[in-house]
Design a protein around this ligand. Sequence first.
Ligand code: URP
Ligand code: ZN
Ligand code: ZN
Length: 472
Amino acid sequence: MILIKNGRLVTAEKSFEADILIEGEQIKAIGPNLDAPGAQVIDASGLLVMPGGIDPHTHLDLPMFDTVSSDDHYTGHKAAAFGGTTTVMDFVVQPDDGPLAQGVAEWHAMADPKAAIDFSFHMNITRFDAEVAAEIPRLLDLGIPTLKVFTAYNGRLRLQDGEIFQVMQIAKEHGMLVMLHAENGDVIDVLVEEALAAGHTEPVWHARTRPAWGAVEAVLRASALAAQAGAPLYVVHLNTAGGAEMVHYARQHGAPVMGETCPAYLFFSEDDLARPDGAKWICSPPMRSEADQQGLWHALTNNEIQTIGTDHCPFFYDGTKPILYEGKPVAIPGKELGKDDFTKIPNGLPGVGDRLPILWTYGVGKGRLTENQFVAYTSTNAAKIFGLYPQKGALEVGSDADIVLWDPNRKLTYGLAHSHHRTDYNLFEGWELTGFPQKVFLRGKLIVDGEEWLGKAGEGRFLPRKPGAAVI
Ligand code: URP
Ligand code: ZN
Ligand code: ZN
């Protein structure tokens, strides 16, 4: 048994002083002045006690453009844990011609032996026919009630609107949730062709060929499809103020639509892609303008969108030069693959470990979020939307003891040294932080203690999820 004493508990609903008793993997008791003879006592005076973060959006070991995202299901989990996150949800790639279950088996083969925190899967639906339609409900037997569809990446991942509508109808019938990548694939194709023909190969053209309006209209279009299907929709990685406004609009008109944004869209803009090292900021959808950042913050402050994930999908900036990871040299081809052509730069960013520390200082610390909203956006809301609540995302008797002891006064200059991502750069390098995780527990086991890593590959557990989760 572990007794955490004298801390201040921060949940999505309230903050209060209490002790927490952990027995085995779960929270056994919460209250003032708890006593548990024989328990190991941890003094949390001056610390905040929060549920472990839940990142509903990662891409570990994701093949892309002749390479693979540079964090696997161990290194990404470890980085997540150091940043206070104890559950991640990754997207299974649909096999080109095999059944969905084959993709799920492939993801388990990669993740199960390496997992160091708890994890779950969403299924990408990027090819749709009668066979796929029949197979989608069988994903429930595999513990996967969530499906991601794309309105971009023509010829690769995109479904047509009619196909998305059919996926939504199936989702409605079986209590599943459709997740959406919102951009306009047709417009992007035209603009990319024009840009390349005009000799524009620099990273900033990635953003210039993926206009904000395409994201805004795709959010509204998919919201309208969801409303017509009567199915819930979760829009991933909202990058525009307009996209967040469309989610809000849909919700105000009774459509069961929810939205996620990511830290990158709150802090960076197209101008960052125009830097000499702009490839570091390339992800899809791209970062936009300061007005978009403000609009997304406005939506968060006013509870108009529901989660902050990361879309963690890191690549090396220069994958020809090894870094030392756990004492061994590692180099994985990365952004340099597109040094002469922005369309060949692998899309994606590191972020799973940055999320909580950056949002604490620049969200809560700057008065944009309350500490309870911070917990809601980084943990509790995802647990509810994705069917893990109150096992995860809660400090309640019977919940998994996924607990972060947060030092709100710790000051540090953040960067690669703290983030533990297996890559060679960090977008927040040199940012000043106040507040950082001090200890992280996964199901009652201490896995991060200050700078020390106590977690292990294989100790993370797959979380099968049920249909019918809440629309919040
Ligand atoms: O650039 C990104 N985000 N890569 C990952 C795939 C996706 O669309 O989420
Ligand atoms: Zn996406
Ligand atoms: Zn993604």
